[in-house]
Ligand binder design. Sequence first.
Ligand code: AMP
Ligand code: MG
Length: 434
Amino acid sequence: MNSAARSPTVPGPPLLGYEEAAALVAAYAAGLGGLRRAAERVDLASALGRVLAQDLCADRDQPPFTRSTRDGFACRAAEASAHAFLRLAGASRAGDAPAGPLPPGTAWEIMTGAPVPLGADAVAMIEHVEIVGAKVRLLPPRALEPGENIVPQGAQAHAGDELLAAGGVIHPQQIALAATCGYAALDVYMRPRVAILATGDELVPVEAEPAAGQIRNSNAPMLAAMVAASGGEPWILPRAADHAKALDAALAQAAQADLLVISGGVSAGKFDLVEPALARMGASFHFTGVKIQPGKPLVFGELPKGRGASKEKSREKLRAVPFFGLPGNPVSSAVTFLLFAAPVLAALGGSMGPGTRFALARLKSASDKHGKPGLTRFLPAHCDFGGTIPEVELVPWQGSGDLAALARSNCFLVVPEEAHRLEAGSIVRILLAS
Ligand code: AMP
Ligand code: MG
């Protein structure tokens, strides 16, 4: 990591290749694993998307009793396989207490989810038996194996087993498990607070009518949505003008957050003043550009310890505050956030997951419009997940300011640095946008 002692106008190390930059960010994110994080307890119903701050253990065996998976007749498999009639000794429905012992030569009527009576070792499905009065027999030539159509007590988990580890993101499946184990509330990590600072003289808020030459600030709401989707708590700051003093003041405020996401002002233009402003705050820069398109001038670094110390007791104090300076073009901002800021945000939030999601898909039409060689490209694309294999197609676009194209996309096609042409039908990598 380079220190901030260098000239404020040239603050960073040279351009990194995409893989190199991704590895650097992944290593940085992994290094956040040991961070002390505050947690809060939330109702199970509010736990969706949060990160578990506790291990989740089975409070009793799963299943808690030997359970029938079918409607039918509990019996001894060996007796049933002899095809003699077995006398019905009783019946159990779901919710009944375990019954038994099952007398020899008998069967027990049973419903799905009911406890299997003691002594029975299998359940004959109702569709496979003949019932005559109060007697039942397995229809020949069918045989029944011990264990068929039953799940023994504790087959899935034993009381006290750890079923989920802290650091997992809570999806509906985990909510179901927590519920079955009796967790009405869960300890989850506090969401990291992410300052979003859009810079640019041309920007007006979404409510304002832009004057000639002005545009609406679309990055701030987009990045806020991306932050929320990645488990952070967005904190949108008023847009900062392209002016050293304005940037200094805005950055000083933004540095109170756990992570800083700045948009615009990081390219080589006369009014791209973000890097010098960060350098004035004593920033260290991990990189100041990545060989990708769009998004090349991306900046990643940290403000020194103490800068980001929040007044709130619950937040970690005296640690460096990571920042990303994203190029202002909306497609560039989106791509660079997903590739680099999302993994750091996930790690700050205590998640063990990668934070960035890639998938494989089949390319619908050949693609050879790959621009400059030596750059890994992430092109707006739409992937159809409805078929057997995901099928991806490029979205026509007019460059990285094309918000309409961005809105028609749901992923980005990854074009490797060395690729000259991607053939129709080939399996390609995509970066998922949500
Ligand atoms: P910059 O990275 O500041 O050079 O900006 C590159 C392009 O992105 C310019 O055309 C800007 O007007 C545009 N841009 C910058 N910030 C935003 C923003 N917050 N919302 C929408 N467009 C932006
Ligand atoms: Mg700008």
